[in-house]
Design a protein around this ligand. Structure first.
Ligand code: ADP
Ligand code: MG
Length: 237
């Protein structure tokens, strides 16, 4: 399946009912496709709808109108149980606040998605958790409690956890927003490496223009509309 679309949105709208007489529409008809292996930045001012869009793509919420296809599945025809299953196998999430369990070790946190899926850890799961921790440079810390790690290390554990189910698409909402420049660069290096090694597709919300320029493509959302969508041109390429 070379360069097939992992994700396809057509005319996706989202309204919220805020208890007002009319609903408030925050996404006004989004068209967006992501191909396998793409590494894409999602930028735009605060309040423009980036997180709302990520929640729809991550199947945490449903569009009010429009079509959303993930790995060829038309999500409009799926019930909530089927959406949850699809989400578990196709999507990895990385948030600004990592939602790790501080009292658990790095390895236990990375095992968590597979444990939730299959109930008990087996040798293959433990090996895959160690491989992922190795890839993010944290194998020596596998038995350390996550609460004792630095911010950058914690975010790298969160990346390993997001990749535990080998998702086709990883959604990252300001993954470096809490980090200093050096740690942010390190986390971004890890994302890039995961993209290169596994051809995992990434959609990354960032406010940092420097990091956006390290992506292959930049999608800009303003006031609930995609206002630009273009490949990043680098010198010497
Ligand atoms: P961004 O991530 O680009 O900063 P958001 O997607 O968080 O923007 O928000 C876009 C708009 O949608 C904002 O005006 C926000 O107040 C509104 N919004 C987001 N989530 C909800 C919700 N659950 N209920 C009502 N309004 C919401
Ligand atoms: Mg946001």
């Amino acid at each position: 399946m070379a360069d097939a679309d992992v994700l396809r949105l057509e005319g996706v709208r989202k309204s919220f009912n805020l208890g007002l007489p009319t609903e408030v529409e925050v996404l006004h008809g989004i068209d967006l496709s992501l191909r396998r292996g793409e590494f894409v930045a999602l930028i735009g001012p605060s309040g423009s709808g980036k997180s709302t869009l990520l929640n729809l793509i991550g199947l945490l919420d449903r569009p009010t109108a429009g079509a959303l296809e993930l790995e060829g599945h038309d999500t409009r025809v799926l019930d909530d149980a089927a959406l949850t299953r699809l989400r578990g196998h196709s999507i990895g999430f990385i948030f600004q606040h990592h939602h790790l369990i501080g009292a658990f070790t790095a390895a236990e946190n990375v095992l968590m998605p597979q444990l939730l899926d299959r109930g008990h850890p087996d040798a293959a799961m433990r090996r895959s958790a160690e491989t992922l921790l190795d890839r993010v440079g944290l194998l020596p810390w596998r038995d350390a409690r996550v609460g004792n790690l630095s911010g950058g290390q914690q975010q790298r554990v969160a990346i390993a956890r997001a990749l535990a189910m080998a998702p086709a698409l990883v959604l990252a909402d300001e993954p470096t927003g809490n980090l200093d420049t050096k740690s942010a660069d390190g986390v971004f290096d890890v994302l890039r490496e995961m993209n290169r090694v596994n051809r995992t597709t990434f959609l990354i919300v960032t406010h940092d223009p420097r990091l956006a320029q390290r992506c292959d493509r930049i999608v800009e959302v303003v006031d609930g509309n995609v206002v630009s969508d273009a490949a990043v041109v680098r010198d010497g390429r």
